[in-house]
Design a protein around this ligand. Sequence first.
Ligand code: ZN
Ligand code: FE
Ligand code: FE
Ligand code: ZN
Length: 283
Amino acid sequence: MSIKSLHSVRLNGYSPLMSLPADYHMHTPLCRHAKGEPTEYAARALELGLPEIGFSDHSPVEHDDQDDWRMLACELKEYVAKVEHAREAHPSLPIRLGLEVDFIPGHEPWIKEMARRHNWDYFIGSVHYVSGKWDFDNPKRLAEWAEHDVDEVWTDYFTRLTNAAASGLFQIIGHPDLPKKFNHRPTRDITGLYLNFLAACESTGTCIELNTAGLRKDCAEIYPNIELLKLAKPANVQITFGSDAHTTQEVGMNLEDAMILAHEGGFKECCRFNCLEKNVVRF
Ligand code: ZN
Ligand code: FE
Ligand code: FE
Ligand code: ZN
């Protein structure tokens, strides 16, 4: 999103009603597939007029050989230091410390241990693994979709996502319909899966994230879709926003579109987190 295109959205008449939301989903080079340091992301956020940002890089898992797209367990301190450095360099911008944590059954003790190690503002719980060691959203593992029944993947995904929401380990659930990334769509109605998931979010006060990275993928849609979002409001589930930036240029990208979608879904408020404490703000 260039400043020019931000400006043109404003001229379209949306901005008198809206202020930009906090961007709570951004990565760092420690995950091995993102570019740009937190200080550079923060500078970009200030340039765009974002009111607040939060880092949520791919968390380590207990065993570093899980995959090659996350920080190592021994790098967690370095990650925290990078975010603290950005805070010192940009004192006028509130910068939150989070993690994007993979929810994998059996990893709960590890997640609790990480939670104790630092002064986190929030954890985003994400499901990138549906079964075994298949990270279904990894472009390098795209061929493995052919070995799976698409509807089964969606069912397994939402089962795991529902368990993540019910665990209470996370403040936010990330990109809550990620299997659509490469355009693998369910062939049947999965409203029941959405409702079970949202009930779990409601029971633990867990937010769902509007994540604009989907606009940059084959699916060309924000995560989640409007159907899920429209069920979220009556289910009493709250929201946050994230660009899922893996480069400086992606900071704040398409957040206006996400706000429009959120309004369409009936939302006028979103959440921010400070030391795990939730605050509701209008957007
Ligand atoms: Zn990533
Ligand atoms: Fe993710
Ligand atoms: Fe991410
Ligand atoms: Zn993500």
